[in-house]
Write a protein that binds this ligand. Structure first.
Ligand SMILES: *Cc1c(COP(=O)(O)O)cnc(C)c1O
Length: 228
């Protein structure tokens, strides 16, 4: 892990940025709670999980630790309220129905930080126009209206945008598009300055395009155990 942190620091320096402004989230999906406990002993505080059925029990088992759970997988309206019970940060808010479901559960829950997930596929706007559901993330043309809905929903603290680089394409131009979306969002929500982007294979590119939150799995944990 210190090797990765060194590389993150190097990439930040190359980008003329302060590494202290970058949060490294360790993605622990498919790994047992015992691994998360070992990471916590090494000083890891921010952990990322993508499946509710796995993350819920892990968070419960590790409730004695001072961890920040980041939910990075696809959110379903039916599960959103339960995810909110252990996750302090939701990275994958990408549709109205999930925003509304979270709003309904807000009354007695503490505010939750949310990222608006953006679909960086170059065809995403055209697909949304044609009424096709994207694979994850809101098409850039839909970001403003989704952001307005989040801002109008009590209990949600919109902190920024999140994305995964599209498969089979250069990540850097995709992250540059994300940065442009982030700049547009700030006109609506000046405090939504965070950018969650960058995984094991592309975090240096993400840092060059302004990422503030990296979601790194295999480069730190090694290969994931195959799903059991
Ligand atoms: C699994 C996952 C990651 C981490 O991927 P690695 O390539 O293992 O670093 C990051 N973001 C999301 C959304 C993921 O599902």
């Amino acid at each position: 892990m210190s090797a990765i942190d060194q590389k993150i620091a190097d990439a930040a320096r190359l980008a003329g940025r302060d590494a202290g402004d970058i949060t490294r989230i360790v993605v622990t999906k498919f790994h047992p709670a015992s691994l998360v406990r070992e990471l916590a002993e090494l000083g890891v505080r921010d952990v990322g999980e993508s499946r509710h059925q796995e993350a819920g029990p892990k968070a419960a088992e590790l409730a004695d630790l001072d961890l920040r759970w980041h939910f990075i997988g696809q959110l379903q309206s039916k599960k959103a309220r339960q995810v909110r019970e252990y996750a302090q940060v939701l990275h994958s808010l990408d549709r109205d129905s999930v925003v509304d479901a979270l709003g309904r559960s807000a009354a007695d829950a503490p505010p939750v930080e949310v990222f608006l997930q953006v679909d960086l596929d170059p065809e995403a706007d055209a697909a949304a126009e044609a009424g096709e559901a994207g694979r994850g993330g809101a098409a850039p043309s839909r970001v403003a209206s989704l952001a307005e809905r989040i801002l109008g929903t009590p209990g949600l603290d919109l902190v920024g945008v999140m994305a995964v680089a599209p498969l089979g394409a250069e990540p850097r131009p995709a992250f540059a598009r994300l940065r442009a979306v982030s700049e547009g969002l700030r006109e609506l929500a000046p405090s939504a300055t965070a950018i969650s982007a960058g995984m094991s294979g592309d975090y240096a590119d993400a840092i060059l395009e302004g990422a503030t939150h990296l979601r790194i799995g295999t480069a730190i944990t090694g290969n994931r155990p195959s799903r059991g």
